[in-house]
Structures are given as C-alpha cells and as structure tokens.
Design a protein around this ligand. Structure first.
Ligand code: NAP
Ligand code: MG
Length: 399
C-alpha cells in the first residue's frame, strides 16, 4: 500500500508528560503507517523551552504564520513547583499565551460526541462549539475598594489635548466597591472575523450574545461591531454556504442552548466564554473529549486537546504502572490539522484519511472499548476498560 501524500508540512509542537507519550504513540501507530507525514518539528517540552530561553515557542508560532496549520501537544505552564522539578532558569510564560499573542487568535472548543457518553442535556445531539474572546473586559480590569462616602467617576483624557469627558459611576454615601473595564475596536473586530471564518470553515450557524439592553454603550458596541463586520465581509459568503448568523441577548442564548440540538457555534464575550465553556465540557461528559483550536483572523490554525499534560498519569507511567489515559482529544488535534492541511492543499485523500481515523476512534469507543475515564461514565453495557496501549492498538486495528 502506498502512503497518502502531503505537500506542505504541518507545524508540529511536541509537549510534556503523559501527552508527550501519547503523541509518539499516535504518530507511530495511527498516522505514520498510512501518511507520508511531513512536519516541521518544534520541541515545546519544558526542558527545550528552558534551554532555548523560550525561543522555540516563538519560532513555532512564527512557523505557524509561514505554514498556516499547526498541531500542538499539551505543555506544562511552569509554577513554583515546576521551577524546582525542572531546575528552570525562569518561570516561562504559558506557551499557549505566547502563541495566542503572536497569532492574534480566538479559541474554539468543541466536544467530541460519541454514543454511550451521553450529554446531561437530553436534547443535545450534536456538538456545541464555544468561541471565546480572549482579550479585555474583567480580565484586564481596575478595581477600587471604596472605604467611605465619596464620588467615583470615569474620566477620559484625550491624548491630543481635547476636552476631558467625565461620567459619574456612583456618589457613595456608604462603603462599597467599583470597577473599570475596557475593550478595543480592533480586538472585537478580529474576534468577530475569527468567529465568522470558523463558522464558514465548519459550515455551522453562529450565535453571538451579549447584554446590550442593559449595557447600552459597552455591550451594544460588541453587537454593532459584529453586525458591521458581518454585513461588510461575510453576509454573501454565509448565504452561499447556507449558514446563518444571529444576535440575541445572553440570557435568551442560554435558554436556547439548553433547548437546542447542538450543531452550532456560540461566540461569547470573555467572561461568558470562560464560564460557559466549563459548563459545556462538563455537560458533554469529559474534558478528555474536548478539542480546542486557535483560529487567527489571518487564517492560521493551531489544533490541540483542551486538557493538560495529565501529570498524575505520567508519574504512574514513569513508575512502570499501568495507565489508562484517553488520547481522543489529541488524536482529534492531529486529524483536525491533517484535514485542514488537506483542504488548503487540495488533497482529498488526506482529508478522507483524517475522517477515517476519527471514525475508527469513535467506533472503537462505541464498540465498548474505552479508557478508564469513559468506562466510568458510559451508558453502554459491559464496557471494556483498556489501558493506554490497548486502546490505541484497538483504534489502529480498526483503522
Ligand atoms: P490535566 O492535565 O488536564 O489533568 C487533570 C485531570 O483530568 C487528570 O489528572 C485526569 O484525572 C483528568 N484528565 C485530563 N485529561 C485526561 C485524559 N486525556 N485522559 C484521562 N484523564 C484525563 O490538568 P492538570 O493536572 O491540572 O495540569 C497538568 C499540567 O498541564 C500542568 O502543568 C498545566 O500547566 C498543564 N496544562 C496545559 C494545557 C495546555 O497545554 N493546553 C492546558 C491545561 C493544563 P484523574 O487524575 O482523576 O484520572
Ligand atoms: Mg473557566
């Protein structure tokens, strides 16, 4: 059998701990036997990040700008304990944060839906994808404790020396609290563009929700920017693709999401996205079944699993104990990247392979063979609890 051809390489970002072990197994057993795999390899494992003073992370992000599609393994974000464990020179920043800042992206998280791992919400038949704006609002705020009576104002001082603008927040007659938040037109517009691009690339409807009836300037501006970007750049392409954009109030969106069948994208402001993505991943069953993709408004894609490096399992693995770590989200990071590469390079066989690998993975679980995290929540009768190696081997033989 001849292997499936690739033309442009993927940017491959290796990572840490148990997911680094899964990474090798997935490549060796599920991809390389079938695909003439071309990648530009960057080792984002913590040791290499430390050795290169984190330059390797920047290089990997720059390579993504050049090649367009990346697949990333989970990586350690160092904290005090990791400083000692890895004898680090510095507490390097989160690689995801660094990459996001360089690619200017929006993060989309979507659950992998399989029979036997049932969402808590009975009506959900298809995945619901959250698009979370990752800049500003309460994540970049200024807060004051107001200890005693006094006035709090918002003051805008134009840089060009124009007239100052003042607005009273509150005349405090007793102690309280106050907060100032902001956002930027360019950031909101790029969030809108990334969301619309993702809707087009996955052919799903997209909802955006805020609280413009209460926040008549701030949230209303989000609504306006989305509407302007949509009308100017996307309306015709959406009509052609047969998909829809609509705006509604955030509380109405929550009610509709619960009653829905799924199968759409929900664009959320920063705080809404933070809260709702955790709600959705739990309600769909398992963090180990959640994919994540960073989409930049310039059309770069970076695929990864939503979970971390699964440290606890790694220590068991190092101690020679059996592990049952779920590789599904990491497999889907690879298939997402391969399918996108296939789409951009017009390689239908590569796209078909990515879908076959996804199908083989889902079919393996639906046949009753699954890792421990799923075996403990499945509604299938008599599930077979496979260890890490057995589960990947079961997918390979089905493939
Ligand atoms: P985690 O790696 O997501 O794991 C937390 C727990 O969730 C695990 O101990 C395990 O539960 C369960 N779990 C997660 N993924 C699983 C899988 N694939 N299969 C089976 N069970 C799974 O989070 P963490 O332990 O808080 O973080 C570990 C490291 O990951 C940290 O250094 C953090 O910085 C990093 N991290 C990286 C990313 C990223 O690169 N995108 C994201 C988050 C965290 P049980 O132990 O109960 O089996
Ligand atoms: Mg959260």
């Amino acid at each position: 059998m001849s292997k499936i051809r690739m033309t442009t390489p993927l940017v491959e970002m290796d990572g840490d701990e148990m997911t680094r072990i899964l990474w090798r197994m997935i490549k060796d057993q599920l991809i390389s036997p079938f695909v003439d795999l071309k990648t530009e390899y960057y080792d984002l494992g913590l040791e290499e990040r430390d050795r290169t003073s984190d330059q390797v992370t920047v290089d990997a992000a720059e390579a993504t700008k050049r090649l367009g599609v990346a697949v990333k393994c989970a990586t350690i974000t160092p904290n005090a304990a990791r400083m000692d464990e890895y004898h680090l020179h510095e507490m390097w920043k989160s690689p995801n944060g660094t990459i996001r800042a360089l690619l200017d992206g929006t993060v989309f998280r979507a659950p992998i839906v399989v029979k036997g791992i049932d969402p808590y919400v009975r009506t959900w038949k298809k995945p619901i994808t959250i698009a979370r704006h990752a800049y500003g609002d309460v994540y970049k705020n200024t807060e004051l404790r107001i200890p005693a009576p006094g006035k709090v104002e918002l003051v805008y001082t134009p840089a060009d020396g124009g007239d100052e603008v003042r607005a009273t927040v509150q005349e405090f007659v007793e102690p309280g609290i106050a907060q100032g938040i902001h956002n930027l037109d360019a950031s909101i517009a790029s969030f809108a563009r990334a969301s619309f691009e993702y809707a087009l690339s996955t052919k799903q409807d997209i909802w955006f929700a805020a609280k413009d009836t209460i926040s008549k300037t701030y949230d209303h501006h989000f609504k306006d920017v989305f509407a302007e970007v949509f009308a100017a750049e996307y309306q015709a392409r959406f009509e052609e693709a047969g998909i829809e954009y609509f705006y509604t109030l955030i509380d109405d969106a929550v009610a509709r999401v619960i009653r829905s069948e799924g199968g759409f994208i929900w664009a959320c402001k920063n705080y809404d996205g933070d809260v709702m993505s955790d709600m959705l991943s739990t309600a769909f069953g398992s963090l180990a079944m959640m994919t994540s993709v960073l989409v930049s408004p310039h059309g770069y894609y970076e695929y990864e699993a939503a979970h971390g490096t699964v440290q606890r399992h790694y220590y068991k693995y190092l101690a020679g104990e059996e592990t049952s770590t779920n590789p599904v989200a990491t497999i889907f990071a690879w298939t997402g990247a391969l399918a996108k590469r296939g789409e951009l390079d017009e390689l239908p066989e590569l796209i078909a392979f990515a879908h076959r690998l996804e199908r083989a993975t889902i079919d393996t679980i639906e046949s009753g063979i699954m890792t421990g995290d799923l075996a403990s929540i499945t509604s299938l009768p008599d599930p077979v609890r496979a260890n890490t190696e057995e589960f990947i081997a079961a997918i390979a033989s089905r493939l």
